[in-house]
Design a protein around this ligand. Structure first.
Ligand SMILES: [Zn+2]
Length: 303
């Protein structure tokens, strides 16, 4: 899970990066020093393997740190096959990263994580919050509005899953607020009855049981996208909402920076990069009624 600390000042301020809730920091200047040199491979521009989403032929688009990203012209999904090529290495690396990040940032600041949890719930449950960040930001300081939307969230989305919960700080903060929230993360370092430390395919969650699922900076790590979305759809009740935060290809930073885009600088673990078209394809294939977008990182899948 990757989370920006302050989105407005990314020129000189660190970003906080977390996968599975564990934080790690990288300053933008360090990012430059460590910037993985990317190159355009001379030879093959196609892979024999088809797109992981739709099966169409894919073309080589970026090579970052010797890992090749392939783009599907049919569903506009950017992917690499690092997981398929090195599954054991990838698991070990994610586990090692989780461990390193745990030491850097033990659990996330509860205040910030609670605010993040409320942001997720606002985007899930409040049309105003979804419609405009500015309106939402302005209104959330109006006590009556805040109380209304918190009340509405509790009523409509009492049972929640944080998919990719890391340390589970949001889970415990939302539990304090009265939600029946559980987390799932195979790399979570936390032992808790509310955190399932298994892949979702092994979690055996009951069907149509959850009112809402949120997933913060996790889906870019998922190699088996359709299988994962089908499972997330299965465990949501009809009318339930899956809210995801992951950068999409519409990000102007990507358009400008291409190989140097920060989201591509962890090619071993950022294996799936979505677009609006790719997410619409996923929604249609996995049974979601529709998907809506806000900005370049939020998407709301409605069952
Ligand atoms: Zn495709």
């Amino acid at each position: 899970m990757v989370r920006e600390i302050a989105s407005g000042d990314k020129e000189n301020v660190s970003r906080a990066c977390l996968f599975g809730g564990a934080w790690f920091w990288y300053a933008s200047d360090m990012q430059h020093q460590l910037a993985v040199s990317s190159r355009v491979a001379e030879a093959p521009t196609r892979t024999e393997r088809g797109c992981k989403l739709c099966g169409a032929p894919v073309s080589l688009r970026h090579t970052v740190d010797s890992v090749s990203y392939y783009h599907c012209g049919s569903c506009d999904f950017l992917q690499n096959f690092h997981w398929e090529d090195h599954p054991h290495v990838l698991v070990a690396q994610d586990a090692a990263n989780a461990d390193a990040r745990e030491r850097l940032w033990p659990s996330g600041d509860p205040q910030e994580m609670r605010a993040k949890g409320w942001e997720m719930l606002g985007l899930m449950s409040s049309p105003v919050a979804w419609a405009s960040r500015h309106v939402h930001t302005a209104l959330k300081h109006v006590p009556l509005y805040e109380r209304w939307y918190q009340h509405s969230a509790r009523k409509r989305f009492p049972k929640l899953l944080d998919f990719g919960c890391g340390h589970g700080t949001i889970v415990s903060e939302l539990r304090k607020e009265g939600f029946d929230c559980i987390g799932l993360d195979p790399f979570s370092p936390v032992e808790s009855q509310y955190i399932l430390r298994v892949p979702i395919s092994e979690a055996n969650l009951p069907a149509e049981d959850l009112d809402g699922i949120f997933s913060i900076e996790t889906l870019e790590h998922i190699p088996n996208v359709l299988e994962t979305f089908r499972e997330l759809h299965r465990v949501l009740r009809p009318g339930g909402v899956l809210l995801v935060q992951t950068r999409r290809l519409e990000d102007p930073d990507y358009q400008r920076e291409q190989d140097h885009w920060f989201y591509l600088q962890e090619p071993e673990t950022h294996v799936s990069i979505y677009s609006e078209t790719a997410m619409r394809f996923i929604a249609a294939r996995t049974g979601f009624r529709r998907v809506r977008f806000r900005g370049v990182k939020f998407a709301r899948f409605e069952k």
